[in-house]
Design a protein around this ligand. Sequence first.
Ligand SMILES: Cc1cc2nc3c(=O)[nH]c(=O)nc-3n(C[C@H](O)[C@H](O)[C@H](O)COP(=O)(O)OP(=O)(O)OC[C@H]3O[C@@H](n4cnc5c(N)ncnc54)[C@H](O)[C@@H]3O)c2cc1C
Length: 474
Amino acid sequence: MKRIAIIGGGISGLSAAFYMEKARAAGVELEYTLFESGQRLGGCMSSDYIEGCLVEAGPDSFLTEKPWALSLCQELGIADQLIGSNDSQRKTYIVVKGRLVVMPDGLMFMVPTRLVPTALSPLFSWRTKIRMARELLHPPRPMHNDETVAEMVERHFGAEVVDRLADPLLSGVYGGDAGKLSARAVLPRFVEMEEKYGSLSRAMLAARQKMSQAAGKQPARSLFTSLKDGMQQMVDAVVTRLDPAAIRLRQHIQRVYPENGGWRVSIEMNGDERYDAVILATPANVAGTLLDGVDRGLARNLLDITYSSSVTVTLGYYKDQLAKLPPGFGFLVPRSEGTRMLACTFVHNKFPHRAPADKGILRCFLGGARDEAVLGLTDEEMLDTVYRELRDLVKLDARPIFARVYRWREAMAQYEPGHIARVQSIEKRVAEIPGLALAGNAYHGIGVPDCIRSGKEAANSVAQLTPESQPTPL
Ligand SMILES: Cc1cc2nc3c(=O)[nH]c(=O)nc-3n(C[C@H](O)[C@H](O)[C@H](O)COP(=O)(O)OP(=O)(O)OC[C@H]3O[C@@H](n4cnc5c(N)ncnc54)[C@H](O)[C@@H]3O)c2cc1C
């Protein structure tokens, strides 16, 4: 019987455990133990109910374009609990000189695909609009060096688009800085599009046409998908499928060592245990520390993957207090505006089921790669900052009926230039060490679907699941 230790009980480690449990049910001889240092499972995936409102502490949804979260929900039997974002209300604003300016129609991520709305939008200066029109003539070119997102976007559309779109969008998704993230690692499709088409706008238009032909008359899918009872519902559904005896909470792993063809796992205050294989589903810097005595080069590479921290502040209001709020999903704030708030989601518009009819929820994001210091503020200081900035940006003076601050220290891996080469080198070395696998948001995508895929692949690799025992092909 093969014994496997999974270290880290976030969605990556939970997915590894789930796919092992599934293989076990299919007759594969293995046993697993899931070690989590905290008091609960799910890592940064966690939802609360406050005053009848569903409050997401970390991720609030996932994209179905990457299929692994959707397939996990189907395999868990909770597909009927999936909900889509209310895209008829989808409108996002960018703060420009203290005022909310709506993002023009046809903007796909940060690439304009419709000339008229872009030309009429006050979001960009005429200089930028002319630059956008000229971008259609960009010739194809391979990207030789590992440019940052800011460099690539500036080459195509100019510095204003970096400031007003690329940077705020990446702060929202990655807690990142467009000037530090690798285009090849974070926006691989843009790099491919540039190689094939030259112009990103032409490439996006072609992709859009292909998508609408493929979709035919099918109703459009919502952009964001979530669960009726929040993302925690996915965590809970996985946990109910695991063997309770295999889950060990409040067990902090200090080191792992290869020993006699297996692994010794050292548990703080609890001695050592022996396993045949280990999956490290922790942040990469923790994996680096755990492996320090095993392979210095591998540990160094893992420790070199940097992280940013994030804070979410959720505020609940009575609907009439929010009467002055514009319609839509919320707003993003460029760094040049000088606020601490990076973004604010109008949750009751994005997912109306999350608030009773008479209440509304605002979720504000702070922190990110450029403002680690915000984590040092007390809750009161954090709330004072958010109240002041909401008053300045959306004229919201009322105090909320509840407020909740969640701090996520070093939670978002930052894919800096060199990331792809570093991950290749990490994976090459890991493949040479028997019975070791890594999972998590540090390697091939930080979104929930990529984390689930990483857990599933790690399970397949250490348990050497045969195609028949694998629940679905990778
Ligand atoms: C505020 C926020 C909003 C986000 N929004 C979205 C979103 O809307 N959509 C989306 O797709 N993604 C989003 N993400 C990203 C996504 O949620 C994360 O990348 C993903 O949940 C990470 O899961 P994980 O299991 O890899 O890591 P984690 O959730 O960090 O879990 C790692 C676990 O390992 C445990 N651990 C660490 N060290 C040890 C040790 N030594 N021994 C034992 N246990 C240990 C930790 O306690 C933790 O529980 C968001 C992230 C944050 C922080």
